[in-house]
Write a protein that binds this ligand. Structure first.
Ligand code: UDP
Ligand code: MG
Length: 317
């Protein structure tokens, strides 16, 4: 069996109500592209009926479908990473299972790949998310760009296409906490972006709570930049300079006016401010150290319980 041209990679966490629709819409599109393909689905430890449904979907098209079952929940990015490791296509497309990225837009991404781009990002037209998510993402984008210099109009959209060599580099990176679109951006030589339609979630709820989004951003900042640490160093330098001037001023004042006793609360205010900066710095340093700790433990990033795939031997028998 030769390798397919296209691999479509989908992470799945409790998406039972979406899988059938996803499967039929996706195969409908892929069958009409006129190129060989495979669909690699990672079940990221779902607790609902996703596993059964995946089983039945696999049985219907064993030659086109591969299913990776994790033995727990390792997160969307690890689910994609595992599928990347198994994907054999020349071009790899990532897609969410909740049908927010319409599979009908896949040809649009392929067009850009054919035009010679190695990474094709996507921008959601008319985002169907809550206003809160939209505002958060605008603020987030500008901070992220300033800190990491990774240019991505829409970091939240996982509907993307990559050339095989980019995916190989990402797999070889072996980072525990990573952010796939940003990693791809740092390896791309000729990236581009297209606008794609964006629908509301077909069924179920978003798996990301505010806390997860925050964590994702810490991963982005610390995984791709040392700027937060440097900002802290700069703040330290500034505070030292000001304190020195202040000490000098107090010294002169003491000689001319005499010792001062008032201004106790001013002193407290200054002190609290400085303690705030110190705590912030400790926190930022901790973010980096925590990630270093995760990397040095070298625990497996994810554990695969079972893989459903069609082997070549069974094809011959
Ligand atoms: N997902 C996953 N593991 C997780 C959380 C999410 O595999 O721990 C999958 C989920 O099934 C979906 C995709 O990642 O296919 C995006 O998740 P979701 O739609 O909840 O995120 P949002 O669209 O709200 O950013
Ligand atoms: Mg979604």
């Amino acid at each position: 069996m030769s390798d397919p041209y296209l691999s479509v990679v989908i992470p799945i966490y409790n998406e039972a109500d979406n899988l059938e629709t996803l499967f039929s819409r996706l195969t409908n599109v892929l069958d009409n592209i006129g190129r060989s393909y495979e669909i690699v689905l990672t079940n990221d430890g779902s607790q609902d009926r996703s596993e059964e449904i995946l089983q039945s979907i696999y049985q219907r098209r064993p030659k086109n479908i591969r299913v990776i079952h994790f033995n727990g929940n390792f997160g969307q990015h690890m689910a994609i990473m595992a599928a990347f490791e198994k994907a054999r296509g020349e071009v790899i497309i990532t897609l969410d299972a909740d049908l927010q990225n319409p599979p009908e837009e896949i040809p649009k991404l392929l067009e850009k790949i054919d035009a010679g781009h190695d990474v094709v990002g996507s921008i959601r037209q008319l985002r169907r998310d809550s206003w809160f998510r939209r505002i958060a993402s605008v603020i987030n984008n500008s901070i992220r760009y300033r800190i990491t210099k990774i240019r991505m109009t829409d970091q939240g959209c996982m509907f993307r296409a990559y050339r095989k060599h980019i995916v190989k580099l990402m797999v070889a990176s072996r980072e525990t906490s990573t952010f796939i679109p940003a990693l791809a951006c740092s390896y791309a030589t000729n990236p581009t972006e297209v606008e794609v339609a964006h629908d509301a979630r077909e069924a179920g709820k978003s798996k990301y709570r505010l806390y997860d989004l925050l964590r994702l951003n810490f991963d982005l900042m610390t995984g791709f930049s040392l700027v937060p640490l440097q900002v802290f160093t700069l703040a330290g330098i500034m505070v030292s300079i000001f304190s020195l001037l202040f000490v000098f001023y107090l010294f002169v004042r003491r000689i001319i006016v005499g010792p001062e006793a008032d201004g106790l609360f001013t002193l407290f205010a200054i002190l609290f401010f400085l303690i705030g900066i110190v705590l912030l710095g400790l926190g930022i340093t901790g973010e980096y150290i925590g990630r270093i700790y995760q990397e040095v433990r070298k625990r497996p990033r994810y554990v695969i319980r079972e893989i459903l795939e069609h082997s070549d031997e069974s094809a011959q028998s």
